[in-house]
Design a protein around this ligand. Structure first.
Ligand SMILES: [Ca+2]
Ligand SMILES: [Ca+2]
Length: 267
């Protein structure tokens, strides 16, 4: 009985080692995707704006765009890009509307490139206005209120000083090398002050499509609905997890030693 207990103990240790190998190789796979293959952000030389001197205006709702009468040039927009998450690629538009007055309109155009080796999900644009942030629904107008609040909708709130709209090109996935266009339009509203400066940021974020897929597969695996994907994932693991193979070897060696010890003791 003691020999059998010893063998079972060895078996349990082997399974524990195998289980640890799976867990660690999955961890390595996700970290690799995030660090070495991921690269995405704003292409700096694509940054442009429609205010090239003569001011433009529009009706509420960013409609009926036109040049201001007599081509007056009062308002101006300073726009720059920054790397907010410090990953080496620009991801934030910093905008300062200078000498702003009610009715001033401008439009910022950028190219967003996938510099990395893995596909990424469609980006999200997040506005930062006086310390408050909100994800911008694409194509929907966002109102920047005087008191620092943000709201999205169709009718102009009385205390909104700016309205803006973010739109981007492309589908749900952005493949390596692909460039998508992003457009940010804004319009100074009647509640705004004359000759005032208004500052806000828009930060673009995304994540690797493969990481999201592996999480989906894991969740589907638990419910048993997509077993072939789980099997494919397990077969792939030793290729991505560098140290996983040592745990498999150690597990196999322990199994062999356990078997030999048990046989020798029987003799
Ligand atoms: Ca101007
Ligand atoms: Ca960045």
């Amino acid at each position: 009985m003691k020999k059998m207990a010893c063998f079972l103990l060895t078996l349990m240790l082997v399974f524990f080692m195998m289980d640890y190998a799976f867990a660690s190789s999955e961890l390595i796979m996700n970290t690799t995707v995030q660090t070495s293959k991921f690269g995405w952000g704003i292409l700096e030389n694509t940054l442009s704006q429609s205010d090239q001197g003569a001011d433009q205006t529009c009706d509420p709702g960013l409609e009926n765009l036109r040049t201001v009468a007599e081509s007056k040039d009062v308002g101006k927009t300073a726009v720059s890009v920054e790397d907010t998450n410090k990953d080496g690629q620009h991801d934030t538009l910093k905008i300062e509307v200078g000498n702003a007055y009610p009715s001033y309109y401008n439009r910022i155009n950028i190219g967003i490139r996938n510099f990395g080796e893995v596909a990424v999900k469609k980006h999200k644009a997040v506005i930062n206005w006086q310390g408050k942030t909100e994800v911008l629904d694409e194509g929907v107008i966002c109102y920047l209120h005087k008191n620092g609040n943000l709201s999205q909708g169709t009718s102009t709130p009385d205390d909104a000083v700016l309205e803006l709209r973010w739109s981007g090109s492309g589908g749900e996935i952005q493949n390596p090398g692909e460039v998508m266009d992003g457009v940010l339009e804004f319009h100074v509203l009647q509640a705004a002050e004359q000759n005032h400066s208004y500052c806000f940021d828009v930060t673009l974020t995304t994540e690797a499509a493969e990481v999201a897929d592996s999480i989906d597969t894991e969740e589907e695996g638990k419910t048993g609905s997509k077993s072939e994907d789980v099997v494919a994932g397990i077969i792939d693991l030793p290729k991505t997890g560098g140290s996983a193979v040592y745990y498999y070897l150690a597990g196999a060696a322990m199994l062999l030693i356990g078997a030999v010890v048990t046989i020798l003791r029987r003799k």
